[in-house]
Design a protein around this ligand. Structure first.
Ligand SMILES: Nc1ncnc2c1ncn2[C@@H]1O[C@H](COP(=O)(O)OP(=O)(O)OP(=O)(O)O)[C@@H](O)[C@H]1O
Length: 630
């Protein structure tokens, strides 16, 4: 990686406090938005009442206004040609005319905002395919199909299974759910391998996700942290590669057949190990020739990767930056690649990897099967990602962005200066292992030093540490040699440490999705865990409101400091449900605010303005907590 690239990446990680935007309280933002809309509405009313009159300010002003008036879209031009303010003003006027309820007005307002944002997002598609106007209409064909008795299930029977496991599906002609691994027609070696790992029955996301993926369908898979999503895209990856190898063996320089892309090196390493387990099981049972499964991440010598590429690779598990690097340098090609899974897909896009993902898609020569998985998947990412999918199936287990119900969530008000002392006390709440999360790298280092001085067996991880230090931390914590790991959000997504008892949020992450991923490091796969979060005056009000509603949804205790917050969503909630449009922000999925006051949407707008004006490339971090990685 060049020094410039390193600098850029560190800026993306943006874990330091200097990056924090100036805080404008929610109330003030709402007042500002309303004032702007009122002014726009007044201006429109004046314009409409006296269309032929010159505007105040004399002929010069009228002349200046004329081109603008001419540029104003006619009724049959698409809405997107109007400015957001114009649309909002028009909508307010319509609402008054039709006497919409407050809730309906709010929903309409959110819809306009979201529509305008969707129009400004570039589809998540290969530029080459867009340019050539390539549109795929059929899913990838695979040789897998469910056994006859599953195929014979009526639609009602299929729905009964889904209802029983709280599985929601969207999409046309959704493959049937399958309740046992045996009925999924997995090779005996794979069944043995699962059994040896005490994986005996599929989890809900696997019950519906595996049949859909094995059938070749594009998929968005959303399920709680620790609910077994990794297996739902790793096992089909390996089975697909084994099928291809049997059909036409990979020779030197060829491959990969399929890829998984992850947002951090550590997660890629972990997923690579899961895939390797399946590869080894198949080849040990002579069910296929040995499969070469490459780990493609920054921080390891490219020579190792190049040696494997020369022999030909079947599967790759990668971080976006290193993968893009190898593709751009033509070290690997995607001529044979037909399978792409994006793990923690929404986080990857939010962390600023959108361009890398789009570039990677550009290297595909043929249609691929595309899969997106995460525990959090806001509506805006789903809509935008669907542009890359063919006949997608959406599988949802629980609300996208909901916290894992096996985690007991405790929130405590701790003054900034008292945090470090209280941390020691808090560490004694449970037995180890304990994970501590902080927003900034400096805090991670200070806490690490402090705990070492106090005799705690602790390790630390963040994007500023070199790969050796990062590996040392992960290995020590994973093996149980170290009791405590302190980290930034780099360690919050997807990592599966055995039996973490307690997650401590030394500070509240700015984005509620990061909170969900952080606390999801405990309470995994049916076990229970505890999460303690320190909050104080420095936390943003919108985030606290999101947290309050998340606690409420998970039926957790709401501390007085959150209960007494001025909470517009509370009054609006019943009405919104009556209006039939669900709860919370339709942009980021936070439950404590609406799209009109979404801080993330504001930063996204800024990003769009900056990139349109040729300023920053729009690669700056959208929210708090870094972890950008390659
Ligand atoms: N069917 C199953 N039965 C029992 N354990 C399982 C099953 N499937 C997966 N597991 C185990 O559950 C743990 C969590 O799985 P996994 O890491 O895939 O969760 P995840 O949904 O991807 O979580 P996250 O959202 O945090 O990434 C792993 O240790 C995995 O081996």
């Amino acid at each position: 990686m060049t020094a410039a690239a390193t600098g850029k990446r560190e800026a993306e990680e943006g874990e330091d406090e200097e990056d924090e935007p100036v805080y404008v309280p929610v109330k003030q933002r709402r007042l500002m938005a309303e004032e702007a809309a009122r002014r726009a509405l007044d201006a429109r009313r004046k314009g409409a009442a006296t269309p032929a009159e010159p505007r105040a300010g004399g002929p010069a002003a009228a002349a200046a206004a004329a081109p603008r008036a001419a540029a104003r879209p006619s009724a049959d031009e698409p809405r997107r040609a109007q400015s957001l303010l114009d649309q909002r003003a028009e909508m307010l006027a319509t609402n008054t005319m039709h006497k919409l309820t407050d809730a309906q007005q709010r929903n309409e307002e959110d819809r306009v905002i979201l529509e305008s944002m969707e129009n400004s997002l570039r589809p998540l598609m290969s530029v080459a395919e867009l340019a050539k106007g390539v549109v795929y209409t059929e899913s990838i064909a695979t040789c897998w199909e469910p056994p006859a008795h599953i195929r014979a299930m009526s639609e009602d029977q299929r729905q009964d299974v889904r209802n029983k496991w709280h599985i929601l599906v969207e999409g046309e002609d959704v493959p049937p759910p399958i309740k046992s691994f045996k009925d999924m027609r997995l090779p005996p070696a794979v069944l043995e391998h699962l059994k040896a790992r005490k994986i005996l029955k599929p989890t809900p996301i696997q019950i519906q996700g595996l049949p859909a993926v094995l059938s070749g369908r594009d998929l968005i898979g959303i399920a709680f942290t620790g609910s077994g999503k990794t297996l739902a895209f790793t096992l089909p990856l390996v089975m697909f590669a084994a099928d291809e190898e049997r059909r036409l063996p990979i020779v030197r320089g060829e491959g990969p057949i399929g890829m998984v892309v992850c947002p951090s090196r550590e997660l890629a390493r972990q997923t690579h190990a899961v895939a390797q387990g399946f590869c080894d099981a198949l080849s040990a049972a002579n069910e296929c020739a040995p499969l070469r499964n490459m780990l493609c991440i920054g921080g390891i010598a490219p020579k190792e990767q190049l040696d494997m590429i020369r022999q030909g690779v079947h599967t790759i598990v990668a971080t976006p930056g290193r993968l893009q690097d190898l593709l751009t340098k033509k070290r690997i090609a995607l001529d044979l690649c037909r399978y792409l899974a994006l793990d923690e897909a929404d986080r990857m896009i939010d962390m600023g990897f959108e361009e890398e993902v789009r570039n990677i898609m550009d290297f595909f020569k043929h249609q691929r099967q595309t899969l997106l998985f995460s525990a959090t998947m806001p509506a805006k990412i789903q809509t935008f990602a669907k542009s890359a999918l063919v006949r997608p199936v959406v599988v949802n287990v629980g609300r996208a962005g909901a916290a894992n119900l096996d985690v007991i969530q405790e929130v405590e008000y701790v003054k900034q200066e008292a945090k470090i002392l209280y941390l020691l006390e808090c560490l004694q709440k449970t037995a180890p292992p304990v994970l501590i999360f902080c927003e900034s790298k400096n805090d991670v280092d200070s806490i690490h030093e402090y705990l070492l001085l106090k005799g705690v067996e602790a390790v630390a991880i963040h994007g500023g540490k070199d790969q050796e230090e990062r590996n040392y931390a992960i290995d020590g914590f994973q093996s149980g040699r170290k009791d405590v790991m302190i980290g930034t959000d780099i360690a919050s997504k997807g990592l599966d440490f055995p039996d973490v008892q307690h997650v401590i949020n030394y500070d509240m992450p700015k984005e509620i999705e990061n909170y969900v991923h952080r606390i999801g490091r405990t309470g995994r796969c049916g076990k229970t865990g505890v999460a303690t979060t320190f909050i104080n005056k420095s936390c943003e009000e919108t985030t606290l409101l999101d947290l309050k509603h998340l606690l409420k949804e998970a039926k957790q205790r709401i501390p007085p400091v959150l209960a007494t917050l001025d909470d517009p969503a509370e009054a609006e909630a019943d009405e919104s449900i009556d209006a039939g449009d669900g709860r919370g922000c339709k942009f980021c999925g936070g439950l404590g605010h609406r799209a009109a006051t979404c801080p993330k949407l504001e930063s996204q707008r800024m990003k769009a303005v900056l990139s349109a004006s040729g300023g920053s490339t729009g690669r700056e971090k959208i929210g708090g907590g870094g972890g950008g990685d390659w």
